[in-house]
Each structure stands twice: as C-alpha cells, then as structure tokens.
Design a protein around this ligand. Sequence first.
Ligand code: ADP
Length: 605
Amino acid sequence: MKKVALVFVLAVFVPSLVLAWLAVRSLRDQQFLLERQQSLLYQGVSDGLARDVQAALTEQQRLFAESAGNLVRERDPLDVARDFDNLLRRQWPLARVGFAVTLTGEILSPSLTARPEARLFCADNGRFLTNRESAEVYLNPKIVGNTAPLPGSSLASPEPSSDFLGRLGWNKMKQTARNVIPQQMAGASQKTGASVDNTEQQFSKVAASEGEFRQLIGEDNDGALARFVDNKLSVLFWCRAARDPQLILGAQLDLPRLERELGVLVQQAAPELRADICVALLDDTGKPVALSNPRFRANWKRPFVATEIGETLPHWEVAVYLVDPTKLTRSADTVKLTLGLLIALLVLAIGVGSWLIVADLNRQLRLARQKTDFVSNVSHELKTPLTSIRMFSELLAEARVTDPAKQRSYLGIITAETARLTRLINNVLDFARIERGEKKYQFESCDLVELARETVETYRPHLEASGFRVVCQFPTAHQIVKADRDALAQVIVNLLSNAEKYSDTRKEVEVRLSSKTASLPSVDLEVLDRGLGVPPGCGEKIFEQFYRAHDSLSSGIQGSGLGLTLARQIARAHDGEVSYSPREGGGSCFTLRLPILPAGPERSA
Ligand code: ADP
C-alpha cells in the first residue's frame, strides 16, 4: 500500500501540483500576452496605412514627373522653365510652388516678383537650390530591390542602398528623437518580454543629411527631399528635364491639400476595428492631421503603436490609439479569473479524485485482507467441529465408552458440532447466493412470536448445556410478518450463536419481542447478552462482509465475519433492519426490526 501511495504521489499528485503551479504562473503573463496579440494586430494596421501613405506619395511623385515631362516634351525647356510655376500648378494641383533651377545655380522660376508664396519659397530655398548653402535635408532614397517594407517594420520606406548612404556619408546623419512614444514597440517588447518603459526615449528612424542641392541629387533623374525651414516642413519633388539634364524642374508640395488627400486613406483604414481603435496621421509636430474617428481625443504623444512614414514626410507618423484602454486590462482580468477558477477546479478535481482512488484502494486492500482471513477462518471453523465429530464418533464406534450417560453426552456433542457445521456452511452458501443475486425467498405470512419461540427452543438445549441462562419475553398477541421462515430462523440463530460466542463469564441470553406502533407499525426482536460487547466505533463495521471486531488471533473466538452481514441482508430483503446497540450494564443488544402486518387475535402466553 505504501509503495502504491508513493507511486501515486510521485506520478500523479506532485506532477499535477507542479502543472497547476506553472499554469498559475503563466496567468500573470496574460495581460502581456493580450497586449502582445493586440499590438501585433494594430502594428499591422499602422504599418499597412504608412505603406499606403508612402505609396500615395510615390504616385504623386510619378504624376509630378509625368506632368513636368509633358510640359518640356513639345516646347523649349528654357521657355517652360521660365514659366514653370504657373504651368505646373495648372497641370498638377498638388504643387504649391513650381520651380526650375539650373545646376549652375540659376533660378529660372518662380520669379522674385511673382506671388507671395513664390517669393517666400525663393527666400526659404533659393540659396540652397542654387548651391550657395548646405542644408539639412531628408532624402527619399532610390529604392533597391523589393519595394515592400518588411511586416512589423516601424518604418514604411524601404532601407536605403549602401551606395546611396555612402554618397551622403550616412554616419554623419544625426539621429533625432521621435515625436511620439508608442506604448508598445514590436522590437523592444519582444526582446524584454514587457511593454516599453513609459519614459524611454525613442529615436526616429529617419535621419537628416547635410549637403548642397547639387551634391544631394547626384546623378539621379528624379527624387524627393524634405527640409525644415524655420521649423516648417517643406517637401520638394524634383526631376531632371529630359532634353536638358542641367535643368532641374521641381515642386513644393501643397501640404494642406496633401493632408486632405491622405485623410481619405486614414478614414478608410481598418473599418472592422473602428470600435476598438482610432487611427491618426500625425504631422511632424505630433498633431493629428487626419483621424479615422473625427470625434476621438487622446494624448496624441502616447499612441498604442505607431509607424513613421519615412523621409518624404519626416517625423510624420501613422498612430493607432485604443478607444477604451481599460478594455485590455478588463479582458486580461476576465481571462485570468476564468483560467484561475478552471485551474482551481481542476486541482480540486485531482485532489478529490486522488482521495477517492486512495480510499477505494484502501477498501480493496482491506477486502482482500479480509477475504484471506475469511478463508483461514472458515477452514479453521470447519476443522474444529470435524475434529470433535471424528474423535467422539470413533470413541463410540470402537465401543470404548460403556457408560450410557457418557455415550449420550458424546452423541450430544456430535449433534451440536454437526449443527454448527451446518450453520457455517449454510451461511457461506447463502452469502454466495446473495452475492450472485440468486437467493430466493419464500415469503408467507407468519407469526414472528411463534417463529422466535420455536427457534429459541431449538437452540436452548445447546445454550443451556454450555451453561447459559436463557430468558424469553414474548407478547401474548400474534405478530404477523410477511417472511421467509427459514431465512428469519437463520437470522435469529446467527444472533443467538454470536451471543453465545462473544459471552465471557456472565452467561445470560435474553430474547425480547415487542411491537412498535409508529406510523409504520413494526416488531422488534432483541437478542441481548452480557458478553464482551462491540468495541466503540465498530457498531456499523461489524455488518460489513468478513469484518471481525474480535479477530481469532487476539480473542481466540472463531468466526467467518459473515453472520451479521447475512442477517442484515436477509432483514433488508424483508424491508427490515438489523442494528447493534451497546447494552446498559455491559454486553450487546442486537435488534431485528420487521414491518408488521395487521395484528391477529389475542392468544394465551
Ligand atoms: P463472526 O463469524 O466473526 O462472528 P459475524 O458477522 O457474526 O461474524 O460478526 C461480526 C463481528 O461482530 C464479530 O467478529 C464480533 O467481533 C462482533 N460481534 C457479533 N456479535 C457480537 C456480540 N454478541 N457481542 C460482541 N461482539 C459481537
């Protein structure tokens, strides 16, 4: 048993507890896991929109180059260049100012006497475009290979070619702080297993490089560059005139108009997630220029996730905000609670299951032990009377005893031992029949008083011969019960035989019969003795099969542990019961209670 218990504890219980502990530990990471899932989902939305914005800019860049190309195709490039501002704005509405410069440093358009916007443009950019000063610019690099950014990348524009970086002296580029601090950062949270520290400074992935206009455009045919003049962003598209490579045609983008066009893209972003998130396009000051939900307000600097657009719109970001930030914590709490309860329930089930298994194992082991005891007890019980029968019958057969009184006594012993044997065998056979469900009862109306008296009288000589005083207290009225006479007689004999076996020096057996007039009229047959009594706590166990409160070894009293089991089974088959109670003044009281049929006529005692 100890070995089984040890194996059970080591193989089932301890691993279950360890699993439960691991499960509870993993619960603590629920919030992080949920955040992680959502951050991946929303980062995808943000990256996707940043890509769309970048694609829209590339398309506009292409449209600009096409418009400029169309203008110089049929006319003299220099003529076109001189009026390029007006000509371009008619062709391509996104232009705020159109400009034409030569690589030798001459501004052909716009003229200094033109519109205020054009004058302002010349004041801001003239020296840079004519190569008279270096400026800090953000260049949209030539795209090499695959134009689609990697998924999860927080920068929508592709990586610049090393050749391009070399030309600009990339290592001279200075890193600047990012406008917003996303609460979730794909790279950082993946590595550290936690959300980014709120106060952590993040650097922008777009970096400015410094140079003169001519140096920056190099040998390229077209491109885009952005620069900040007095903290105001100016985005310039440029292309080389096909028929005059020394002539550069360009346009400054009308940013408010561009914002309106990009706003359409923002409004179309992730319509299925509208209830959960708001997508915003933030400008270089971190203010929203377009929102997917115009009524949404938040701390714009602290989005859930964000993606930088790239060099064409430096420090512009696509940002995703949670509509209800507490929802995440709430769902994490719900998941934690549900899983916690489930774990507790499973651990409880394992505990209860283990306890049931151990209890059952114990019961099976006890039963197995009792069966072994039973076999040795029965063999012993069979052997003892057989030895007496054999010994006394041999004495009589060999005519070695001549005294008639002794002969009668020996015959009496043989009869008693035979009866004991018969009783034992009957008990064993009946028990086996009941266990197999084959026991058949012949129910008939019978008078319990008469049956009890007959049975006691049959057993009385044996008891009196063993020195017992037998007292009977029977009522005068018939107590009619529906019963199998033989089965009930067997119950009474078992109780009398026990009273005899478990009596010590006070050899008194009393049999009482009394009726009870409760809601269900019944009759009680009590067999009382002044013997050893049943040890405390065993009052119910003695009715279990093979159970013996006084085992043969310690008490020297032989038995099979079946007598009371049978008595109770037979009583229950009669809708009755057999129970034990300690007798006042010492000894036992066994009561057979049976339901009674309507009483018969009075009769004399
Ligand atoms: P057994 O063959 O052992 O007597 P029983 O089923 O008749 O089997 O009884 C079960 C146990 O109940 C006995 O072993 C004994 O310990 C206890 N018992 C039964 N009758 C008495 C009694 N009259 N007095 C004391 N103990 C009793």
